[in-house]
Design a protein around this ligand. Structure first.
Ligand code: UD1
Length: 419
């Protein structure tokens, strides 16, 4: 198993390009299930989660071809309408096959995701909403079996603006009979990107990016032709790393508007931020200042950036109060960062960070995707050597992270455990 070895202390400098957004690419690839025509997608990142998705689609009978960051797929009419446990367990986003399969084929069998490292993460919002469109749902032997001859448009009000539930329903409604009105929707940029991909297939959608999305169902859709947006969390991770180490970096391939809440907080902590057309600049001189922040649905501060900003704030001048409101149990990076000497106290869903002038390198273990990124940031500032093991978590969502950080001057390398 690979590890990442970091010698901390180098300031980051230079420019780096983000890959396509993982959380946009996953639902978009699943939306290719809605048609028998060939779909082509560009700027698909090279990540473990994308490989898992392609594997799942192939198991269903799809032909998937990849060339560089372009991916094309065709899903025949006699596809297997099932997402088995071993794949859903590996990647929870596999539940996003439910809406498209049900809408196109009238049935779908998907394993329940079960618990995961960052909380219970049920799919009740997805299921209740699909029932509203006329689906019958049966839960048996750990699987959800959904059936509907043809889904019927209806009004759906989500209890919470869930990203996945909004995506599943948006996809399902494109082939439902008549109009669907989705209310209290998630407004993340990835939802707009999914809607754009669906529009390239001929879907009729209005209001994506707002709380209310209106969809006029079609009897069939064409193949998609779509380029995925840049990864705002990858961009934010490079910015947080620069905040921690000091230095000056330009992150390219990302619209600053996607990261507004994060950029505001970074400015408050003393970073000089510049917003360009498709890039964000950061200049950090000296230590960050302590700040408070709270995770919220978009446009609030993203939960997927909580661990990385915390890692930058452990070396702040002053204290910070960080509140997590989206997932319970999303502080697994706290005990690991403490091994570097960070002063962190957890009280319920809040962490008090008392800034320290210096951290000291240590062996660390990654526990989930974004937690691993925060440990890498910790290693970049800590004096001496830090190793981060179990980096398969990192490989699920970051493309060539160590190579990109190295190009910015970090002393970082991937080593195999045997070394
Ligand atoms: C997506 C992102 C993930 C991000 C999260 C929140 C992808 C592939 N993943 O996950 O990286 O951290 O949005 O921005 O895009 N919930 C329920 N019942 C449901 C659905 C959700 O109770 O049926 C709860 C969840 O347990 C969680 C909250 O709602 O506490 C938000 O979840 P949701 O927005 O659905 O996140 P995901 O789509 O799973």
């Amino acid at each position: 198993m690979d590890k990442i070895k970091i010698t901390g202390g180098a300031k980051l400098a230079g420019s780096v390009e983000v890959s396509g957004a993982k959380n946009a690419a996953l639902p978009i690839l699943f939306s290719g299930l809605l048609t028998e025509k060939k779909s082509t997608y560009r700027r698909i990142p090279d990540l473990q989660d994308i490989k898992t998705t392609a594997h799942l689609l192939e198991q269903m009978g799809a032909t998937v071809e990849r060339s560089g960051s372009e991916l094309s797929m065709t899903v025949p009419s006699q596809a297997l309408k099932e997402a088995p446990y071993d794949l859903v367990r590996k990647m929870r986003a596999s539940v996003l096959v439910l809406g498209p399969l049900l809408a196109r084929f009238g049935e779908a069998k998907v394993s329940l995701p079960g618990g995961c490292a960052i909380g219970a993460r049920p799919i009740n919002f997805h299921l209740t909403a699909l029932e509203k469109l006329g689906a019958t749902i049966e839960l048996t032997e750990g699987y959800v079996i959904a059936r509907a001859k043809r889904l019927k448009g209806n009004r759906v009000v989500f209890d919470f603006p869930s990203v996945g539930a909004t995506e599943n329903l948006l996809m399902a409604a494109t082939l439902a009979e008549g109009e669907t009105l989705l209310e209290n929707c998630a407004r993340e940029p990835e939802i707009i990107d999914l809607a754009n991909a669906l529009r390239s297939m001929g879907a009729e959608i209005e209001g994506d990016g707002t709380e209310i999305i209106r969809i006029q169902g079609k009897t069939s859709l064409n193949g998609a032709n779509h380029e995925v947006i840049g990864d705002r969390i990858e961009a934010g991770t490079f910015l947080a790393a620069t905040m921690a180490t000091g230095g000056q970096v330009l992150v390219r391939g990302i619209q600053p508007i996607f990261l507004d809440s994060v950029l505001e907080k970074m400015s408050e902590a003393g970073a000089e931020i510049t917003r360009e057309t498709n890039a964000i600049g950061i200049k950090m001189s000296g230590r960050p200042r302590g700040i408070d922040f709270k995770t919220l649905p978009f446009p609030g501060f993203p939960t997927d950036m909580q661990a990385q900003l915390m890692a930058a704030l452990v070396v702040a001048d002053g204290s910070s109060l960080i509140t997590e409101t989206i997932f319970e149990n999303r502080f697994m990076h706290v005990p690991e960062l403490s091994r570097l000497g960070a002063d962190l106290t957890i009280r319920g869903n809040t962490v008090l960070v008392r800034g320290k002038k210096e951290l000291v390198g240590a062996p660390l273990m990654a526990t989930d995707l974004r937690a691993s990124a925060s440990l890498v940031i910790g290693g970049l500032v800590a004096r001496g050597e830090t190793t981060v093991s179990r980096i398969y978590h990192l490989d699920r969502g970051y493309e060539k992270m160590e190579a990109k950080l190295k190009s910015l001057g970090a002393q970082i390398e991937r080593v195999s455990d045997g070394e």
